[in-house]
Design a protein around this ligand. Sequence first.
Ligand code: NAD
Length: 308
Amino acid sequence: APRTVLISGCSSGIGLELAVQLAHDPKKRYQVVATMRDLGKKETLEAAAGEALGQTLTVAQLDVCSDESVAQCLSCIQGEVDVLVNNAGMGLVGPLEGLSLAAMQNVFDTNFFGAVRLVKAVLPGMKRRRQGHIVVISSVMGLQGVIFNDVYAASKFALEGFFESLAIQLLQFNIFISLVEPGPVVTEFEGKLLAQVSMAEFPGTDPETLHYFRDLYLPASRKLFCSVGQNPQDVVQAIVNVISSTRPPLRRQTNIRYSPLTTLKTVDSSGSLYVRTTHRLLFRCPRLLNLGLQCLSCGCLPTRVRPR
Ligand code: NAD
């Protein structure tokens, strides 16, 4: 029988692509429940699903921030959830001093507690049946801090710690956990962030910090999306491989161009190498960032390159 896969956040981006790709699995291994907070946005998904709609793909309402919505959604699913994909998420960038605690809590409610809420709901069934797979769309920012992404990175670090802990217990129940860690992905995600930033004034932030944010970080971030950003289809292929694996990995990065940066943290447990290298990239050699991470990938570390 096909495995029932429940995915959160399918109105756009990675969630939408994943739902469509799994629903079109040539071997028909999956019955996809593609969920979204606002069903008014279902048209793009339905159009992309094509003939799979109503066959291997159904659309359902689910707000990961609402207990009632989660209960309602799960009560409508025939059978049990075999694979849960925690994909719904949001970003937050900017100088800390100018961000409200309410905005930060909203990020945690969505990215962290949203996933926890869904896991709590499906876990009893998975434990009873002694099978299941929980996939979490984390980020390379779940592995390493990134300037001006303090709260978003913290929410992804929280997911990493939570699910790594849970993975130990769940192995005993034959339930697998997989954290997928993309670098930048070209979806609506970045546009939503930039729209947020263009309206924000970041009250209470000193001019020097604002200058670093607007004149160094934002252009560098935009260029990074252009130079190393993956398209959602590539990320989805990695997720599909994780879902179809018989021994799913705990962690899977999707962008090989990011490995040099993530490796900095593993080769130096003091953490200084990572912090100092990324500091230098942004504040000392911003031209290197303009080229994306390619220069890091090909081994010409910033210390050896003198920008003109
Ligand atoms: P996206 O903005 O297209 O998709 C995020 C989806 O989550 C949207 O459909 C949004 O409506 C939904 N969502 C937000 N709050 C929700 C809620 N309360 N209930 C239900 N759905 C909600 O962006 P994306 O790039 O496809 O992001 C998907 C996941 O990938 C996120 O968890 C994100 O953190 C992660 N990610 C994205 C990138 C990137 O650069 N785009 C990189 C690494 C990780």
